[in-house]
Design a protein. Sequence first.
Length: 343
Amino acid sequence: MIVMQWYCIMKRPRRLRRTSWMRDLVREYAVTPHDLVLPLFVADDEMLQRGGESLPGMDRLSIPQSVARARDAARLGIRAVAVFPVVAASSKDERASGAFDPDGIACRAIAAIAEAGLELGLIADVALDPYTSHGHDGLVERGDVVNDPTVSALCRMAVLLASAGADVVAPSDMMDGRVGRIRRALDRSGHQDVAILSYAAKSASSFYGPFRHAMGSERAEGSLDKRTYQLDPGNSSEALREARLDIAEGADIIMIKPALHGLDILRRVRDELDVPMFGYHVSGEYAMLCAAADRGLLDWKSALHETLLVVKRAGADAIVTYAALEAAADLARPSHAPRARPS
Ligand code: PBG
C-alpha cells in the first residue's frame, strides 16, 4: 500500500524581503514626480512685504518667483502647479469683490505662468476664502453661508481664471451643485477643454491651520467654523455620496482632503467609483512631519516618502503636497543609481 505523505510546507513570505532587488521587483506601489502637484502661494505686494515665518514650501511668492518655482517644478518632472492667491486684509470684503478682478493676483500669476510655456498644467483654486473678510469659502447672509449665490460667484470666478490661462479649475468650497453650474459656465464661455478638479470630499478638518496662516486668514482662523459646508470627519459614506454627485455633475477628477486623515476614503472611492482621484496632503499633516523632524523625533526624508507612498497605496492617482519639489528632486536620483566606476 502506498502511503501518501502529506506535507505541510511552511510558507516563507520573508523570501521576498531578503534582498533589495527582490523588494524592488515585488513592490506594488511607487511614487514618481509625475504623481505630484505643487501648490504655489502667490502674494500681492502688501502680503509679500508682511512676510513672517512660514513652513518651507508654503512661503509667499511674487509673480516672477512663482514662475521660477513652476519652472523648477517642470524641470523635476512635476506635472502641475496649483495656484493660491494671498490677498491683503485691506483688499478683502464681505462680498469677495477681489475674486472677480481680472487684474487680481491670481489671474496675473496664472497668466504669467501660462505665458512661460512650461510643460505642466495650471490648476486654479476656485473658492472665495482668499477674498472674504470673514474667511468663509462662500458669501454670508444673516450668519449663513448661502449656497446658490455663492455658486453664481464661483462660476464667474472659474470663467475668469480659465480666461487667464488655467487648464484646470478646482472648486474647493463644498457648495452644493457647483460642479454642474461651473461646467455649464465654462462651456458657454468657450472653455470646453478646461477640466474640473472638484474637492468632492473635503472634511471640516483641524489640519488646515498652516494654510490659513499662509493665506493671511489666520485672524479669522480661531472662530472659523466651516462645518455647515465641509464634511463631518466622522462620515465616509457621505464622502462617497458627495463624490458620486460631483462625478454626475461633470467633475473630471475628484480631490479627497485631507489625504492622510482620509486614507480610508481614498480607498473606498478607488474601489467603488471609476474616476481619477487626487489626495491633498494638507498643511497640518505636512507641518506635523516638519515639526517632528525638527525635533529629531523622526527622519524627515524617509517619513516624507513613506507618507506619499501610503497616499498612493490608498488609491490616489496624484498627490498635492508642499513637499513636491523636494520629493521630486529625491525621486529623480534613485538610491541605487549606478555609481561611477572607481578608477
Ligand atoms: C479653502 C481651502 C483650504 C485649504 C485649501 N483650500 C482651507 C479651508 O478649507 O479652510 C487647505 C489646504 C491645506 O491645509 O493645505 N478653500
